[in-house]
Design a protein around this ligand. Structure first.
Ligand code: BES
Ligand code: ZN
Length: 394
């Protein structure tokens, strides 16, 4: 919903590395229809699919588009920036199960690890999730271009390394990106039998607030200290139980999500280029604020893999025993979209339906207190993610 903010930040920051001549945007057709008459020039549709179109604009036209959407439609979002026409076209073409039906490398969604999963799920502790959220929110901002943004990624690396220090089959590394200072974090538990097959649990490590990101206070408690803290709880439990998967398991904290999914795009593209076999990806982005009264866990049905989403539904029934349902982002709203765009099955179990979104995100008021003051909601996601890993990496 705050794509505009991210996008303006992206176009400004991109300018300081290499000023782009043009950007290819994917824009919702309803947005395009309403703003077309208000723009200074006529905008040609280059490609259309899935209710959205690809258009080519200069950075200043992108800003004009942002402002027009704000002023005319009184909303945020509705478009995403891409570096090439091909990337924009792919983003519209590969939105989920149609693509995977053709190329799925994995379809064993059996559930038969209750003797391992059930005891671990029982060990999820709300206070430790809460404490990690509080620590992450202490950084003034985790914005991708700031000193504290860099430091916060190192803090996550150190926290995960400490939890796994007794394990020689586990490594925790910073994944450096060439074009901005904040690193992503990757923790790897090497698989004992099928180590080339990879199961991924990830969430973004950065935060943002205000129109220009920058140095302003951005606690990002819900978006997305909660996802990182939930992943940290899963790591704690797996390490405490000396868990050893047959497939390789990786935990990822992505840099620079808030400015266009930059970190995850970089990583997912390099996995594809290296022909890595990723059998499943779960994204945790916002697990703190319980916005929808009758649903605990809401899966986004777009830009995700339908078969894997169904598997998550079954895991919730079996191990978490809370209510769940589906919603849609309407655009590639988080890092799962980077994996989907590169042909990998991804899901995003989310804290609420889209219409009940936490409107404090991307402001200085995205605090633990403003999301209810405890991490009980997040604990449900830690249970689900534990089950996902143990059942998929077996
Ligand atoms: N946590 C949000 C994404 C989100 C919003 C997920 C609503 C599910 C429902 C994420 O950090 C974010 O802000 N994403 C951007 C998009 C990105 C491409 C810059 C957004 O939604 O504007
Ligand atoms: Zn966000």
């Amino acid at each position: 919903m705050k794509k505009i903010i991210g996008l303006i930040a992206l176009s400004l920051s991109a300018a300081s590395f290499a000023a782009p001549e043009a950007q290819w945007l994917t824009v919702d057709n309803d947005v395009l229809a309403k703003i077309r008459p208000k723009l200074n020039k006529s905008v040609q549709t280059l490609f259309s699919a899935q209710g959205a179109s690809v258009v080519k604009l200069t950075p200043s036209e992108v800003e004009q588009l942002s402002e027009t959407i704000h002023n005319e439609l009184h909303r945020c979002g509705g478009f995403i920036s891409h570096e090439s026409f091909e990337e924009a076209q792919n983003a519209l073409s590969f939105q989920g199960d149609t693509y995977f039906a053709k190329s799925a490398i994995f379809s064993d969604y059996s559930i038969d690890q209750a003797s391992k999963v059930a005891p671990m799920v029982a060990q999820v502790e709300e206070p430790s999730i809460r404490s990690m959220i509080e620590k992450l929110a202490t950084f003034n901002t985790r914005y991708y271009k700031t000193e504290t943004g860099t430091k916060s990624s190192e803090f996550i690396r150190d926290t995960w390394a400490d939890l796994s220090k007794h394990r020689s089959d586990v490594k925790v590394e910073l994944y450096k990106h060439p074009s901005w200072p904040q690193a992503s974090i990757i923790m790897t538990i090497e698989g004992s039998e099928k180590s080339e097959e990879i199961v991924i649990l990830g969430g973004h490590a950065d935060s943002i607030a205000g129109m220009f990101g920058g140095s302003g206070r951005a606690p990002g408690a819900d978006d997305n200290a909660s996802g990182i803290a939930t992943i940290t709880e899963v790591i704690k439990i797996l390490m405490n139980n000396n868990y050893k998967p047959k497939r390789t398991v990786q935990f990822m904290g992505y840099a620079a999500e808030e400015v266009g999914l930059l970190g995850s795009k970089d990583i997912a593209a390099s996995y594809k280029a290296g022909n890595k076999k990723v059998v499943g990806v779960m994204q945790l982005d916002m697990t703190l604020f319980k916005g929808t009264a009758d649903k605990d866990i809401v899966m986004m049905a777009d830009f995700t893999n339908a078969a894997q989403n169904e598997f998550l539904g079954k895991l919730i029934d079996e191990y978490v025993k809370v209510s769940w349902g589906y919603s849609r982002c309407g655009y590639g709203c988080s890092d799962h979209a980077s994996w989907t765009a590169n042909g990998y099955p991804a899901s995003i179990p989310f804290e609420s339906a889209m219409e009940d979104l936490n409107h404090k995100i991307h402001t200085a008021n995205d605090t633990l207190q403003n999301s209810g003051g405890d991490a009980k909601h997040a604990a449900k996601f830690a249970k689900l993610a534990t089950a996902f890993i143990v059942e998929l990496a077996k």
